[in-house]
Design a protein around this ligand. Structure first.
Ligand code: ZN
Length: 316
């Protein structure tokens, strides 16, 4: 197909919305680029974080379900989101995680990149990757993290699979990835030259536990595609290859199709347009609750049901 441009966003299920906001904005320094509801369940928020303008490839999104069961990492799940940070910034992040009592591992240098693995308060596993060719994003001037240390683009995602075989075929034959050898015991796949958002790691784990979706776990990974036309073509190709692909869904900020890859991880293909400035000015992204037209009529009830949130702009 060759139409996939890399990772668009990663979506996870999280704990309380305020805890999530305090961590991703207040500690990691990302911008809240959209405050909306889960389009399939308007009783829950959908929080989107990213760079200053919400560029595809920088977006982490969350469904807060604080009362939900915890997720379990394992086969058939994506386990880790890897985020690019500037070379030399790891000591800054160690100090910051220590000050905010964030759980992190000892940094490691693998394949020329310094890696700092850490966990969000709900247990989601993330890793900062500092390499000389840092994948910078559009810096948000409101960030509590200085520009020279700021998180850039999503570098890659790790999938855990019982067997590599059929997932490898899908990545190669339908999504345009190519295997490029092992990194830290995982099979690496690149799109094109393997720049930012163009890498996937697949860890084969034939005997470990099966993963279970839940709080603190990744719900799905979305891949970028240029526009709706390319998406329709790609959908037809996936259906032809025997995959059970959803209809095109209007997610307001992008259009999406969903399918499960053979190992069980939920994949989405999302269009770059129209983006997050479609319903509020770029300067005020994330400042107020945005609802899709079908829920606008119920705004009062929805606002009364959702917990109130406080934006931690200067939580340093
Ligand atoms: Zn998504």
């Amino acid at each position: 197909m060759g139409d996939i441009l890399g990772i668009h966003h990663v979506t996870a299920i999280c704990g309380p919305a305020q805890e999530n906001l305090d961590f991703y904005v207040g500690v990691l320094g990302l911008r809240l680029v959209k405050l909306t509801v889960n389009f399939d369940d308007p009783s829950a928020y959908h929080l989107y974080y990213g760079d200053a303008v919400g560029s595809p490839g920088t977006i982490l999104t969350f469904f807060p379900y604080p009362e939900g069961h915890p997720g379990r990492p394992g086969a058939g799940q994506a386990s880790t989101v890897h985020l690019s940070v500037p070379y030399g910034s790891v000591p800054f992040w160690i100090d910051r995680f220590t000050a905010h009592e964030i759980d992190f591992d000892r940094p490691q240098t693998i394949d020329g990149a310094e890696r700092l693995r850490f966990r969000a308060p709900d247990g989601l596993q993330l890793e900062l990757v500092a390499r000389r060719c840092h994948a910078a994003a559009v810096y948000w001037e409101g960030s509590p993290v200085p520009k020279q240390n700021a998180i850039g683009r999503i570098e890659c995602v790790t999938l855990v699979e019982r067997k590599l075989g059929s997932t490898k075929s899908l990545l190669e034959d339908q999504l345009g990835y190519r295997p490029v050898g092992q990194t830290n015991g995982k099979q690496a796949f690149h799109l094109g030259d393997g720049g930012p958002e163009s890498v996937l790691y697949v860890k084969e784990d034939p005997t470990g536990p099966s993963g279970r979706q839940g709080r603190g776990g990744i719900h799905h990974i979305a891949f970028r595609i240029a526009n709706g036309e390319a998406q329709v073509d790609s959908r037809l190709e996936l259906v032809k290859a025997g995959l059970n692909v959803s209809a095109v869904m209007d997610r307001k900020y992008f259009r999406s199709i969903y399918f499960r890859e053979p190992g069980g991880v939920l994949f989405e293909i999302a269009t770059d347009p129209p983006g997050f400035a479609v319903d509020e000015a770029p300067d005020s992204l994330g400042h107020s609750l945005k609802l899709p037209p079908q829920y606008e009529l119920f705004r009062g009830r929805i606002e009364r049901t959702l917990p109130s949130l406080r934006l931690p702009t200067f939580l340093i």
